[in-house]
Design a protein around this ligand. Structure first.
Ligand code: AP5
Length: 232
């Protein structure tokens, strides 16, 4: 099924921190890319930051590489240092959309302190809920543009020309951690370390559940409606 065009919105830029919470394959990356077009703030994916560091063979990338290959989380001190530097950049002054961060209770607590220090209110946490059975199918069928990072699915959101990105013609690749045995470990890490964050943010009144099992554009609409319902 081809993706419908994203819903339009005249929403003015708002100073806020938005967090996408959800298991691997729930659509965090896909939906973050749509939301930042409306909110006009940067999309901060910690997974993308690690992959960029791995590609550039930086010391941080060398430390993270074996962990990503096994589907395990990168230690909190490395992740938090990278995030703190990123949100201090001028383009993040009015807010940002986090995709894949925080992922542990310690990361969430440290993020709350960081946000408070930088004068942000409570984050808006969008929790994408997808039945586990769908996640494996979504991840094994995912293809990502090697140039711009555009996300496709071989059945659900295929490119016009097989293997090539519609936006920049880049080669579409299968992420090395999208092999079934690594996906299973990523899902287990999510259950062990990240799922408890849903309760943590729910208790703070910061979380909205959104059904992520619907078609892409319907999920985008639901997320935008959830943000309007929960201004930070
Ligand atoms: P990361 O890159 O964050 O991966 P992830 O959380 O496992 O999430 P994914 O990118 O796999 O899935 P997604 O939810 O973005 O789904 P997508 O939109 O692509 O992290 C990778 C690694 O980095 C981690 O394992 C860890 O090692 C490390 N790391 C990152 N952050 C860290 C942190 N904070 N702390 C420690 N370590 C960290 O969609 C998936 C597929 O489904 C696509 O093909 C898409 O087209 C399709 N799809 C999406 N929505 C729909 C829909 N509604 N209908 C049909 N198809 C859909």
């Amino acid at each position: 099924m081809a993706m419908q065009s994203p819903p339009s919105s005249n929403a003015a830029p708002v100073r806020r921190a938005v967090i996408f919470l959800g298991p691997p394959g729930s659509g965090k990356g896909t939906q973050s890319k749509e939301l930042v077009k409306v909110l006009r703030v940067p999309h901060l994916s910690t997974g993308d930051m690690f992959r960029e560091n791995i590609a550039r063979r930086t010391p941080l990338g060398l430390a993270a590489k074996p962990l990503l290959e096994r589907g395990e989380l990168v230690p909190d001190d490395i992740t938090l240092g990278m995030v703190e530097q990123r949100i201090a950049q001028p383009d993040a002054a009015n807010g940002f959309v986090f995709d894949g961060f925080p992922r542990t209770l310690n990361q969430a607590e440290r993020l709350n302190e960081l946000l408070e220090r930088r004068g942000f209110g409570k984050p808006a946490v969008l929790h994408i809920v997808v039945p586990e059975g769908l996640l494996l199918r979504r991840l094994t069928g995912r293809r990502v543009c090697s140039i711009g990072g555009e996300i496709y699915h071989i059945d659900e959101h295929p490119p016009k020309v097989p293997g090539r990105c519609d936006v920049d013609g880049g080669e579409l690749i299968h992420r090395p951690d999208d092999r079934e045995e690594v996906i299973r470990e990523r899902l287990a890490e999510y259950e062990r370390k990240t799922r408890p964050l849903a309760e943590y943010y729910r208790r703070q009144g910061a979380l909205v559940d959104v059904d992520g099992a619907r078609p892409l554009a319907d999920v985008t609409r639901a997320l935008l409606a959830a943000l309007e319902q929960k201004p930070s």
